[in-house]
Ligand binder design. Structure first.
Ligand code: FEO
Ligand code: CA
Ligand code: CA
Length: 658
């Protein structure tokens, strides 16, 4: 759970630290040469000048001028630190909107952690909220649907008397079928109708839109892998329907108003041990299946890799569903590849085709792009229903000269042939990682979100950290060995063409404490002692196209500060300046920053509050249901911490940070 004093989500336990991508890809360390050497010297404002020289006048992207953003973020910075609660910039109000266990669908019971059941949980808000998408109703900024996903569960914080079960000592001894079923019901997604009333934002109880999706909800499989032999199970002999979605991390919103949710660390849910003759042995080993993080396979055969050998091929996908239609069947879009998907962030390219950027979140994994075969149809929503089933999946190779090549993962092209075990595009998408290995993609420092700025068309990729990178493995795009604090890369398509084969790229900032020379952080010197951060993760843009960064992994031990939301300048001399806007309660990571279109409300997901008590020296012991490091947000005796969605507004209801 912890590595080098860095608190990480359940998705990254020790065993997951083992790099699984081929180590013999062309690391470009040996050809870093002059460009990298020079860049190494660049700091802060100096870097901005040099970037302007490299890319042309700032603000000109793809030949068109970016719309003028306010000169800088206007708010008074929060002091960095750790305590039991959240903190937001002065003059702002942060309201808890939706907590784990709050009733969602009509007839849902009120939360009672001491009398929980799977049936109740399946009607209530799930655990560990991550991505948040605001879908307006009637074009309103104050009335819409919130679609939220639920990444994973913490048994030690959810159940009375419980401690962590995935240890050698416990070996899941206390996990019963009943508790496992509660965990499964706490995964998946939630849709709720929300509106701004006179007293603030509220969830509309009993709305017809309100919905829960869990690890048992039937969903369709579409795209190249649908119906393939490797997707068939005893439940689904056709290979076209699957129960549930797992470990949903970030996601995205399509231009046609559907929700994309990213299945990340699916390997952790699979149980058992691969036999030497398991038909998917090499494939599963490349993804770390089975990882035995949960006891689900003890009670549900489909999570046991020997009893249901293909089930793990049915996870690790991008799932699409229509939040406006509570009856809609979610669809696993296999054309977008199978990996530990962090996110799926679409942007419409010049010709109307849609590019979707994605990170595969594990050490030494890759950054991907999917481009639809056809343009989207803005006039006919239904015409876009299966747009994500056809297109080209590519993987990024970052060249040391500042260019980036998108390498297509297409069956029959290059090494993706039967000689290498690929017999169809289904094989390519099921084993997307191995296909990317063969193409020589650049092994990155844990790609989290890869998100385009809708105003400028530049794409920002957070590389959260990678302490396993050795000095001989550094390359231009991953320039630090033992990268404990991560960095952010900016990618620039030519002329705003998100279908182009070649982009340019630049490192926006190397994270960590800039006061420590050995860390090598490159925040703009205008950044205050509160403004720097480590472990960038989720990304959001406000309506001005300004960049906001959420983090996962800061803590008292790691950086002397909680995770939070930082505002990061990307333009002009201020480029690389960062300021702290919101800070999480102890143990939580910040997820899902999402602005309403008018920037007057900002939704934040506070995930796993009270996790990892040892990371906060003032607490210094395992944090559990009975002895949690914080009881945020209720602070009532006996009530455990509850992952929650908050909404932040300016006290005078003006747009945020303007
Ligand atoms: Fe679930 Fe990559 O964060
Ligand atoms: Ca994340
Ligand atoms: Ca993360």
């Amino acid at each position: 759970m912890t590595e080098m004093g860095v608190s990480l989500c359940r998705g990254l336990q020790e065993s997951d630290d083992i790099p699984r991508s081929r180590a013999d890809n062309p690391t470009i360390g040996e050809v870093i040469a002059a460009r990298f050497g020079r860049r190494d010297l660049m700091k802060g404002a100096l870097a901005a000048t040099a970037v302007a020289t490299l890319w042309g006048p700032l603000g000109l992207v793809g030949g068109r001028k970016a719309e003028a953003a306010p000169a800088t973020f206007r708010f008074e910075e929060v002091a960095a630190g750790v305590d039991e609660t959240h903190h937001v910039a002065p003059g702002y109000r942060a309201q808890v909107l939706l907590r784990w266990g709050d009733p969602v669908v009509p007839g849902a019971p009120e939360f009672d952690a001491y009398h929980q059941s799977a049936e109740k949980q399946a009607k209530q808000f799930g655990y560990n909220c991550d991505f948040v998408g605001f879908f307006p109703l009637d074009g309103s900024n104050e009335h819409g649907l919130l679609a939220v996903n639920h990444e994973y569960t913490n048994e030690e914080l959810m159940f009375p008397g419980m401690v962590r079960q995935d240890t050698k000592e416990q070996a899941f001894a206390r996990m019963t079928r009943e508790l496992v079923d509660i965990e499964m019901a706490a995964h998946g997604c939630t849709v709720v109708e929300v509106r701004r009333g006179p007293q603030g934002w509220e969830v509309v109880r009993d709305s017809r839109y309100n919905r829960r999706i869990t690890a048992e909800t039937p969903m369709r499989i579409s795209g190249p892998a649908a119906g393939h032999r490797r997707m068939r199970t005893s439940y689904d002999p056709e290979g076209r329907m699957v129960r549930g979605t797992l470990n949903n991390c970030a996601g995205g919103k399509t231009p046609w108003g559907t929700f994309l949710t990213a299945e990340e660390n699916f390997h952790g849910y699979f149980w058992g041990k691969l036999s030497p003759d398991h038909p998917e042995k090499a494939n599963y080993e490349r993804y770390g299946v089975p990882e035995n993080w949960y006891a689900w396979g003890k009670f549900h055969d489909r999570f046991d890799v020997e009893k249901e050998p293909n089930e793990a091929n049915r996870f690790g996908w991008i799932v699409e569903f229509d939040p406006y239609d509570p009856e809609s069947v979610p669809v696993k879009r296999t054309a977008l590849g199978r990996m530990k998907h962090e996110n799926a962030s679409p942007i419409v390219s010049r010709d109307g085709r849609v590019a979707i950027y994605m990170g595969d979140d594990q050490r030494f994994e890759y950054i991907y792009r999917f481009v639809t075969a056809r343009p989207w149809n803005p006039k006919d929503r239904a015409a876009n229903r299966d747009l994500l089933d056809e297109g080209t999946l590519s993987v990024a190779r970052f060249n040391p000269d500042g260019t980036l090549d998108w390498l297509p993962l297409v069956f029959g092209e290059g090494p993706l042939t039967p000689e290498n075990g690929f017999r169809s595009q289904a094989d390519v998408v099921i084993e997307a990682r191995r296909a990317a290995d063969l193409l020589g993609a650049t092994r990155m420092d844990r790609p989290e979100e890869v998100e385009p700025n809708p105003k400028t068309g530049r794409i920002y990729a957070t590389l959260t950290n990678n302490t396993r990178r050795k000095p001989e493995e550094v390359d231009a795009a991953n320039p630090r060995p033992n990268n404990a604090f991560g960095h952010i890369i900016e990618m620039i398509p030519p002329e705003g063409d998100h279908t182009a084969d070649r982009y340019r790229w630049e490192i926006l900032v190397r994270c960590g404490d800039p006061r420590l020379g050995e860390v090598g952080a490159t925040f703009n010197p205008a950044t205050s002692e509160h403004g720097w951060f480590g472990m960038p993760d989720n990304v959001a843009f406000d309506s001005h196209g300004r960049l906001w960064i959420a983090t996962d992994g800061n803590s008292g031990k790691a950086t002397g500060r909680s995770d939070g939301l930082w505002a990061m300048e990307t333009e002009g001399p201020a480029r690389g300046t960062s300021r702290l806007f919101f800070r999480c309660p102890a143990g939580a990571e910040l997820c899902g920053p999402e602005f309403t279109p008018d920037d007057r409300a900002l939704f934040l997901a506070i995930q796993h509050p009270g996790d990892d008590g040892e990371e906060w020296p003032a607490f210094g012991r395992p944090s559990t249901f009975d002895d949690p490091s914080t009881r945020w947000p209720d602070f009532e005796p006996g009530v455990p911490p509850r992952p929650s969605v908050m909404v932040v507004e300016r006290e005078d209801r003006g747009p945020i940070a303007v």
